[in-house]
Ligand binder design. Structure first.
Ligand code: NI
Length: 255
């Protein structure tokens, strides 16, 4: 069974065929899906998906690029939802300097606040970090994120940085980028990271792997990602699928 550790099935890209697609996953070996909240509305929609589908679990958080919508009231609402049965983590939270809005200081303020939320509710975190390697790590170390644990989603940094996150006992979400020919640095990092620390993810509807690059992504593409990881590790993709499932169940305290 393949464990999808990061998807956004609440996204409007799935409005046309969401039910049909989700109902087809089990037949393709996708047994579990974490639907990741990225805005308050997205969190609300995530909760609805967790109620409708037994194999969907959810996370509550606001993506750095959406933090202008946050207030203490929003945090209080997120906190309440964290106590629901099928909510398993706080995320995705972090820093995104590729998109310059909102300004870094505001992103940092709400990253810190949401890390604090994870600490309060004793949950792991799902980290989003793009073009913000140093600030993300500095904040996570200063705020002792290793005490919450979690996953750096769509990991795209170096092997050297991976060592820092391994020291914090974090997991690494590996997605479609690993199948791209020019992903040299990432392939080096994945070869280095122990399989016991890797989760498979798609970030659907974004970041489709080869050979479907540029198209809408879905969990049906996970076998391409498993295959790419298996190649780097010199093992079969069945082993990658099995071990990454165990990793995800351990991190999200499922099964
Ligand atoms: Ni995402």
């Amino acid at each position: 069974m393949i464990f999808e550790s990061h998807a956004h099935y609440d996204d409007e890209a799935f409005h046309e065929d969401r039910d049909e697609l989700l109902n087809s996953l089990a037949g393709h070996g996708i047994g579990m899906v974490i639907n990741v909240g990225a805005s308050l509305a997205g969190c609300r929609a995530t909760l609805e998906l967790t109620e409708k589908y037994p194999f969907i679990y959810g996370t509550m958080g606001v993506h750095p690029s959406e933090t202008q919508e946050l207030s203490e009231e929003g945090i209080a609402w997120l906190r309440e939802q964290c106590f629901r049965d099928k909510v398993v983590a706080v995320g995705e939270i972090g820093l995104d300097y590729y998109w310059k809005e909102p300004e870094p200081d505001l992103q940092k303020k709400w990253f810190e606040r949401q890390l604090g939320l994870a600490r309060e509710v004793r949950m792991p975190v799902i980290i989003h970090s793009r073009d913000a390697a140093k600030d993300t790590l500095d904040m996570m170390q200063a705020l002792h994120a290793e005490e919450m644990g979690g996953v750096v989603h769509c990991y795209s940094y170096s092997k050297e940085l991976a060592r820092e996150y391994l020291n914090m006992d974090f997991y690494f979400g590996i997605g479609g980028v690993i199948t791209f020919k020019n992903a040299k640095k990432l392939k080096e990092a994945v070869a280095y990271i122990p399989l016991e620390r890797i989760l498979l993810e798609t970030d659907s509807p974004y970041l489709s792997p080869e050979p479907n690059r540029g198209k809408r992504n879905s969990s049906l593409n996970l076998p391409y990602i498993a295959e790419a990881v298996a190649e780097l590790k010199g093992i079969g993709s069945e082993e990658v699928i099995e071990v990454t499932r165990q990793n995800a169940e351990r991190l999200f305290r499922l099964g």
